[in-house]
Every structure is written in C-alpha cells, then in structure tokens.
Design a protein. Structure first.
Length: 116
C-alpha cells in the first residue's frame, strides 16, 4: 500500500492550494479517505473525510465552507481543495486511507504554510 501526497507549499493568507494524494496497493473505491493535518507541536487532527459508498463528506468546523474533499476512483486519487487559507491552516497535511479490510494507511505528508 502506498499513498503519495503532493501540492503543498507557501501561500499568502486568503489564497488557495489543492492537495492531491495518489494511492496504490488496495481497492481504492472501497476505502474511506481522509485528510489530516498536524501543526508543529500540536496533535494531528482530521480535517475532511469522504466515504466510499456514497462519497458523503464530513469536515472539521474549522475548515467548513473553505475546504472541499473529493475523490476520483478511476485515478485512485483523493484531493483537498483549500480556499481562503489562514495562517492557522499551516501544518503538515496527510492523507489517510482505511481499507475495506480495516487497515489504515498514511502518506508521508506535505507541508502547507500560510504566511505573508
């Protein structure tokens, strides 16, 4: 199983970034997919989740209305569109897949820095 994130970087407050995570090694369409983030010195928190059955989504209150999670089962890709970014969104962002057999797998993380 492998998850590879991309798309992080430095952006000014109010800007946008799109993170992508390409997965392999499991049945992607049957996995529940999430994006987590971990600011420096703080706990990792889940920011968005998308289910396998109906692609229903769930967001942390702190990102509702600004972030959008989506999946492309044909490309084994889960994305996180982040708009109206704030300095407090600065963190390492990780994608996570929970497979249909219950295994949980993580990507290596991608740094997002929001600063002027």
């Amino acid at each position: 199983v492998q998850l590879v994130e991309s798309g992080g970087g430095l952006v000014q407050p109010g800007g946008s970034l799109r993170l992508s995570c390409v997965a392999s090694g499991f049945t992607f369409s049957r996995a529940t997919l999430s994006w987590y983030r971990q600011p420096l010195g703080k706990e990792r928190e889940r920011v968005a989740l998308i289910n396998s059955a109906d692609s229903s989504t769930n967001y942390a209150d702190s990102v509702k209305g600004r972030f959008t999670i989506s999946r492309d089962n044909a490309k084994n890709t889960v994305s996180l569109q982040m708009n109206s970014l704030k300095p407090e969104d600065t963190a390492v962002y990780y994608c996570c897949a929970v497979t249909h057999w219950g295994g949980a797998y993580w990507g290596q993380g991608t740094q997002v820095t929001v600063s002027s």
